[in-house]
Design a protein around this ligand. Structure first.
Ligand SMILES: *Cc1c(COP(=O)(O)O)cnc(C)c1O
Length: 397
């Protein structure tokens, strides 16, 4: 009989969102008259912008005739999209087109990148965290070292005193909404170069950055091309959570060590891994993603993100007025705050559900450092958010 990967068993169930669903379901069954407002959703809600819709319609038409039909594309993505990415997102950084690998999203890429790393690598994981980094590390059986990200360090973990083989960084952060300064990011790059540590940089929320001094890409930091991989996605940038398209940048200068100490370039290794296990993002998705870079497309997605940011700042303002000291909500769709009245994350979840009919995400679900905190998102409509803030403002004081 086949034997299971025991590491997968030790992961346990998806506790957080199933527990939220269970508690919410129980509440609505008992109180069908309450109109629930979900402030916990981590998915975009606004429709795709017109430029993207037009481009995808045209791509479908391409597939309707033999002359323009597209079957399998290059595993690393079509050049029309890679060129647009390099020209727009990486202008001035020197990133080349063959350093960009288009995929079906950043979750797959962040989860799969571990295929390139030895099982015994010690991996740094921020706490609280987007669960993919920790769970995929655990599935592979890797030792993990949690890096506390809390109020004390501005939700940007301290540079460790020990040597890590690789470290995950995510800015703007999910779940805390924290951003990283250029100076702090430069310190991570210096640490990585001095310690031969690989930085796995997730910038899925890059499009929400509005402050001029916050870096959009780790490659704005000198030396980063020798130590960092960057993951991006069209999911939050352009509402592609259902369309599926993202990309990963693996610079040719980036090398890690083989068991016998040789330096191995990661760029051809990722190409090899992808062409072995992945057959490319769909032509239609890639044409849609290309349209995000057209002048009109850029204007349209900026408007959508501005609307989310306006909702985020509404939440942030309400929390500040109630005396909470929230993180995020600027340069990020997430607002992270300490639960009022000294409550634990789940106590506050139940309290808010019962008293206001509002659903948030308990911070404890993202890691030990999240206990006593909660996450709200700016993805609900402005009307629903206003209503939720009205219901919440007095009871969180
Ligand atoms: C949403 C999100 C992603 C993007 O995932 P996709 O698979 O591209 O939809 C990546 N990283 C973080 C931290 C996210 O929150």
């Amino acid at each position: 009989m086949a034997k299971v990967n025991e590491n997968l068993l030790s992961l346990g169930g998806r506790y957080l969102f199933s527990e939220i669903a269970a508690r919410t379901g129980k509440f609505t069954a008992a109180h069908p008259e309450v109109r629930l407002i979900r402030m916990g959703i981590g998915d975009v809600t606004r429709p795709l912008v017109p430029s993207v819709i037009r481009a995808m319609h045209a791509a479908v038409e391409d597939c309707a005739s033999a002359e323009t039909f597209r079957g399998y594309g290059p595993e690393h993505g079509y050049d029309f999209l890679r060129e647009a990415i390099v020209r727009t997102d990486y202008a001035g950084t020197g990133i080349d087109i063959d350093e960009v690998f288009v995929s079906d999203g950043a979750k797959s890429d962040t989860g799969n990148f571990g295929d390139l790393l030895s099982r015994d690598n010690l991996i740094g994981i921020p706490d609280p965290v987007y669960p993919v980094y920790a769970d995929t590390g655990s599935i592979a059986g890797r030792p993990l070292r949690y890096i506390p990200c809390n109020e004390g360090n501005g939700f940007c973990g301290d540079i460790p005193s020990e040597r890590l083989d690789a470290v995950w960084l995510c800015y703007p952060n999910n779940p805390t909404g924290a951003v990283i300064s250029r100076e702090k990011l430069a310190r991570w790059v210096r640490y990585a170069l001095e310690n031969e540590c690989l930085i796995l940089y997730d910038s899925a929320y890059e499009a929400f950055i509005r402050d001029a001094d916050i870096p959009h890409s780790i490659y704005e930091i000198p030396g980063a091309k020798e130590c960092a991989v960057e993951f991006r996605s069209f999911s939050k940038t352009a509402g592609f959570t259902g369309v599926r398209c993202g990309y990963t940048v693996v610079p040719k200068d980036l090398k890690i060590r083989s068991a016998n100490g040789r330096k191995i370039s990661l760029n051809p290794l990722w190409e090899r891994r992808q062409s072995c296990k992945f057959n490319g993002a769909s032509y239609i998705s890639q044409r849609g993603a290309e349209a995000v870079y057209s002048p009109q497309g850029r204007l349209e997605i900026r408007e959508v993100i501005d609307a989310y940011l306006e909702t985020a700042s509404l939440i942030r303002r309400t929390f500040l007025e109630a005396g909470l000291t929230p993180c995020g909500g600027n340069n990020s769709p997430y607002i992270w705050a300490r639960c009022p009245h000294g409550m634990s994350s789940w106590e506050f979840f139940d309290f808010l559900l019962a008293r206001a009919g509002v659903v948030i995400t308990p911070g404890a679900g993202f890691g030990a450092e999240g206990e006593g905190w909660f996450r709200t998102t700016a993805f609900a409509s402005r009307e629903a958010t206003l209503e939720a803030m009205n219901r919440m403002k007095d009871i969180i004081k």
